[in-house]
Design a binder for this molecule. Structure first.
Ligand code: ADP
Length: 328
């Protein structure tokens, strides 16, 4: 109620919304009006609480979150990029160090047989008349052996670069596997005898043939034999066998040496990889023989695997599968 002397009504802290002020009045006789005076009032929210303001707040929050997300994403990408570049740098450093080591090793490897060849050739030239025939033949044999070693080394390095560049050419032809294994074994007989290693060859009774590039298969066998003599001669025995496994022939070369440490069976196929032991430090090599052998086989749809044996190692050459009968 308000008196006529001060006709006002005060409402504070009204929430925004629509209100209706209804006023009844009475005269001095206490007679109240029947129909009230009505005043519709709309209280507007303050600017900071309008719908538009809320929309702005939401939009600003979304924008802020979006920018924050993009910034952290960019930071993450930058960090990743730095990481990549650092890795690339290390890889480059490593590979150039590897290449340098590779060239040094090659030079070193070539120098040893070259020095022997030169020395024995000079001996033959200067002392030919005084030399006993057996000794002369011995020197000639050394020259021959060392030049063979040289050409194998050069062949391996050349093959490696051809394989790496995908430029290696093959001449696949139907090959008698028993004859090829016998040839490979014969080439090693002398080395086996000198190293005191027994060489056992086991072949199937029936004929065995496969369509493959003969020279590359001989080289694969040579690399495996070479390793068996270099790293496993202490086992005093090497077994070479030819067995049938499903639709393909497998050549298995087993030695009885110290083998490789657990977990290194796959690593030994990586280029330049050599197991880090005293044995490898003494024995010459580039860490390429197995990488080349596997590359040569894979190029021809074959595979080369290393399986630890007890004792020693078994290398399995899986030759390409024969086409099914009736297919061309
Ligand atoms: P290289 O003989 O030139 O070092 P390879 O690629 O032929 O290179 O061999 C890689 C490594 O695998 C060798 O350095 C050696 O550590 C290991 N390895 C290969 N064959 C044998 C084996 N029959 N017995 C034990 N270790 C082997």
């Amino acid at each position: 109620y308000t008196s006529g002397l001060s006709p006002q009504a005060v409402y504070t802290n009204l929430r925004p919304g629509s209100y209706r002020l209804v006023v009844y009045a009475s005269n001095e006789d206490g007679y109240w009006s029947q129909a009230p005076a009505v005043l519709e009032i709309t209280i507007r929210p303050p600017v900071y609480a309008t719908r538009l303001a809320w929309l702005c707040y939401i939009a600003l929050t979304i924008l802020f979150l979006y920018r924050w997300h993009r910034r952290s994403l960019r930071k993450l990408q930058e960090r990743h990029q730095i990481e990549l570049e650092r890795n690339k740098y290390y890889e480059e450093q490593k590979s150039s160090a590897n290449m340098l080591q590779f060239y040094t090793d090659i030079a070193h490897e070539l120098k040893t047989p070259l020095t022997s060849i030169r020395m024995y050739a000079e001996l033959l030239r200067d002392h030919d008349a005084e030399l006993a025939p057996a000794r002369r033949r011995g020197y000639q044999q050394i020259i021959l052996d060392e030049s063979e070693r040289l050409s194998r080394l050069v062949g391996n390095v050349l093959d490696f670069s051809r394989l790496d560049a995908g430029r290696k050419r093959y001449s696949p032809a139907e090959t008698d596997l028993a004859e090829l294994l016998n040839t490979a074994a014969e080439l090693c007989r002398e080395r086996a005898r000198t190293a005191g290693v027994e060489l056992h060859v086991s072949l199937p009774g029936s004929p065995a043939s496969c369509r493959i590039d003969r020279d590359s298969l001989l080289q694969i066998l040579h690399n495996l034999f070479d390793n068996a003599f270099k790293y496993a001669a202490s086992g005093k025995r090497i077994d070479l066998s030819l067995v049938r496994a499903g639709r393909r022939w497998e050549i298995r070369l087993r030695d009885y040496g110290p083998g490789v440490p657990p977990g290194a069976e796959e690593k030994i196929f990586r280029k330049f990889y050599r197991v880090d032991t005293a044995l490898e430090a003494e024995v010459s090599g580039f860490g390429l023989g197995l990488a080349i052998a596997r590359g040569l086989l894979r190029d021809q749809k074959g595979e080369l695997k290393a399986v630890p044996a007890d004792p020693g190692m078994q290398f399995i050459i899986q030759l390409p599968e024969e086409p099914e009968h009736g297919t061309v």
